[in-house]
Structures are given as C-alpha cells and as structure tokens.
Design a protein around this ligand. Structure first.
Ligand SMILES: [Zn+2]
Ligand SMILES: [Zn+2]
Length: 346
C-alpha cells in the first residue's frame, strides 16, 4: 500500500504544497525605483510635486528620507517592516541612498537591501519667477493728510506688511508675497504679489493706524489667458495720530483715537476723555512717543518740582489729578516749544 505524504515540491520538506520558506524565498517582496528626480528651487528651496510648488519645511536629511521611502515598493504580505537607511551626497545634484528592510513574510524572517539614486534638478519656482520678473498685483501707498506719516507709523506699517506676508506664506499662499517696501518723499509704497495680500495689509493699516482706504484697479494686460489687474490701495492716515498732544482752547489734549474729522482725546489737565472735531485743534505740540523722563524733586499740594531734563534746571509745574507723583520718581514730559512750558503726559 502506498502512503500518501505531502511534501514541498522545492525542498521536499513535509508541507501541503510549497513551504513557507520556499514561498518567501521565491517572492520578490522588496523593490525600489532606482532613480528618482526631485525638482527644487535653488533660490528658496521650494519643492515641486507634479505641477505644484510647496515650501520645504524639513531639513535635507528628512527630505532624503521621505523621497527614499516613497521610492520603496514592498509586497503587501510583508508584516512588521522596519527600514533603515544611509546616504551620501557625492555631488550637490546627486544623493545615493542605501535602504535596508526587514520584516516577516509568510511567517519567515526576511531582510534585504536596495539602492535609490536621487537626482536633484534645479528649477526656478513660481514665486521666485514672479519676484525676479518684477511681477506684482498691487501697490499699497501709505500717506497722511497734511503731513508725511511719522517714523513710528511707517515702522508699524512695515511690520504689519511683514507679519501678514509670514502668515499667508505659512498658510501656503505662495504668491502672496511682499516684493518691496520703499520710503518715498510722502510716505511708503508696499509692492505686493497678490491682490489678497494687498487687501489684507491695507485693511490692517486702516484699523491699526486709523487710515481710510480707496482702491484704484487698472487693467494692465493678460496672463495665462486671464485679465491682469493691478490695484493701488491708497491708505490715507488722518492729520493727527494717536499719542499726539494738541492744543485745544489753550488746554493740552492727548489724541487717544485718531480719525478723520473727529478724534477721541484725553484732557491732560482734567484727566477726562472726550471727542472733539479736528478743526477745534489750534496746534500740535508733539507726540507722547517722544516724551522725556524728568526727575521729581518735590511734590507739595498741587505744585510739582522737576528737573528739566534738557537743562537740569529746577522747574515748577502744576500737578494734575490723574497723575500719581512720588518724590525722587520720574514723570514723562513733553516740551511745548512755543510757550516753553513742560506738559506732563504720564
Ligand atoms: Zn520548501
Ligand atoms: Zn523659489
């Protein structure tokens, strides 16, 4: 009588059909694309995927890892895969990666290696292309009524422009860039790459600095079959700015809320807030941002003795109810050049 036994046709071990060892040995479980191209912008380092550019937020090593792992093709039956890799950069446009993969295939421990060559290709990205080509979609002109915007206002405006650009770039709006910020004889011009960033910066300037905006679009041609408009955003700041100390009916007022025509002021004698019309203002004394510190030498009832910070000469001022004064302390003063008086501002 014949005894029926199942054996592996390859190695002859007892098995119902091909044994796991032979099956694992016959399976091509590890493959990788031997050559991968990676397109990057030599100016800003952005990466191109298909037709889309994105900013690279990882370092070279992480990028090499990501590209090499994407080139790896593993058999779906492989379990518990672990990959390690080493690489060398023999030239700036070539990286050689050695990958080692281990895991279990049909219950059999397997391990293998493969090599990936990364070819780095330089191409100017969409954003750098626009910037270097002088492309822009808007100009924000910061101006002020009857004066040039102050250094403080212009510094603030530049910060707003830079912060807005950072925010939009981080959110992936690559073409919302600021291409230049220039001081002109009557303000600053901010040149921007998209109308979206132009709109955001100019509204921010209005809300932070109290300006009024008018927009002037102009058709300048076509690009990629679309009509191309350039927009001038004119942001006009009011005649007076926050922190200005002004004279109204012989009294000193500090502007707390700037606006066109109507201003919120703080009465520096009474310590009360109110609204005034711009045409009630007789003249401008200065801005609290330029105030000096004066040493308080004594304080007696409603008289304060100060050392004039300009001359170090002792002077007496009328105390104001809203300001706490301590002997030996300092208070902030502005000099009224017209009357030679010192104005207490804080
Ligand atoms: Zn076998
Ligand atoms: Zn670039």
């Amino acid at each position: 009588m014949e005894i029926l036994r199942s054996v592996c046709p390859r190695c002859g071990k007892p098995s119902a059909g091909l044994c796991n060892e032979c099956r694992a040995a016959e399976t091509e479980w590890l493959k990788c694309e031997p050559r991968v191209e990676s397109i990057f912008c030599p100016v800003c380092g952005s990466q191109k995927h298909g037709r889309t550019w994105t900013d690279t937020t990882v370092d070279h090593e992480t990028l090499v890892n990501e590209i090499a792992l994407a080139a790896l093709i593993l058999h779906p039956d492989l379990r518990g895969a672990e990959t390690t890799l080493t690489y060398t950069d023999p030239t700036p446009n070539r990286t050689f990666v050695d990958l080692t993969v281990s895991g279990r295939l049909y219950g059999v421990e397997v391990s293998g290696t493969c090599k990936v060559k990364i070819v780095w290709i330089k191409e100017q990205c969409d954003r750098c292309n626009r910037i270097s080509g002088g492309y822009y979609e808007g100009i924000i002109q910061l101006r002020a009524t009857g004066r040039k915007p102050s250094g403080r206002e212009m510094d603030r405006a530049m910060r707003i422009a830079e912060e807005t650009e950072d925010g939009l770039q981080e959110a992936g709006e690559r073409l919302s860039f600021v291409s230049s910020i220039d001081e002109t004889k009557d303000g600053i011009d901010i040149v921007v790459g998209s109308q979206h960033i132009g709109q955001i910066i100019s509204s921010q300037l209005c809300s932070v600095l109290g300006g009024k905006m008018t927009t002037h679009p102009k058709l300048v041609g076509e690009r990629d079959g679309k009509r191309l408009y350039r927009v001038t955003y004119l942001v006009r700041l009011p005649r007076f700015q926050t922190g200005d100390v002004v004279v109204v009916r012989k009294g000193y007022m500090e502007v707390r809320g700037a606006g066109h025509g109507r201003l919120q002021v703080y009465d520096l004698k009474e310590g009360t807030a109110r609204f005034i019309a711009e045409d009630e203002i007789e003249r401008l004394v200065g801005n609290v941002g330029d105030a000096e510190n004066a040493l308080v030498t004594y304080h007696d009832g409603d008289v304060i003795g100060l050392l004039d910070p300009g001359t170090q000469a002792p002077v007496e001022c009328r105390a104001v109810p809203w300001l706490q004064v301590e002997d030996g302390g300092t208070i902030r003063i502005l000099r009224d050049e017209e009357t030679e008086r010192l104005v207490l501002v804080g």
